[in-house]
Design a protein around this ligand. Structure first.
Ligand SMILES: [Zn+2]
Length: 137
């Protein structure tokens, strides 16, 4: 039946972008979905470090790998539950730079110092990883 929501299941699936924040890589996972909760978020390990990757949404565009500030921005957005999905299409525009993103995430219920603290923690974690385990082989 065309009106049955289950009928068109094949078309509800798409390729969601998965990222590894530490390796700064992004891959599409076929047959994943932004919104269909009947499709589990399968464990999808990073091919470089084997850590579990993070679903960013179908409309995510990965920054260049060398652009650490942009990747920091992406991880900060992920931390606060922002995803690049159809209903959130202004996200890329509102958060063009890292400082735009900090402003965007700051609001009546979240102070600037809280967002900066999270950003600081993400930076700190990266520094620890880079120093203690550079190759992760
Ligand atoms: Zn990785």
């Amino acid at each position: 039946m065309a009106n049955d929501p289950e009928y068109d299941l094949g078309n509800t699936r798409n390729s969601v972008h998965f990222v590894c924040f530490d390796c700064r890589v992004c891959f599409k996972q076929p047959n994943s979905s932004n919104w269909d909760s009947t499709l589990p978020e399968r464990p999808f390990p990073c091919p470089e470090c084997r850590e579990q990757m993070h679903a960013m949404g179908r409309h995510f565009k990965a920054p260049p790998r060398r652009d650490k500030r942009q990747w920091l921005k992406v991880e900060l957005l992920y931390h606060y539950g922002e995803r690049f999905v159809a209903g959130n299409s202004d996200l890329g525009r509102s958060c063009a730079t890292l400082s735009d993103t900090v402003t965007y995430l700051t609001g009546p219920y979240r102070s600037l110092s809280e967002v900066r603290q999270v950003l600081h923690a993400i930076r700190g974690r990266k520094a620890i990883r880079a120093n203690s385990n550079p190759t992760r082989e």
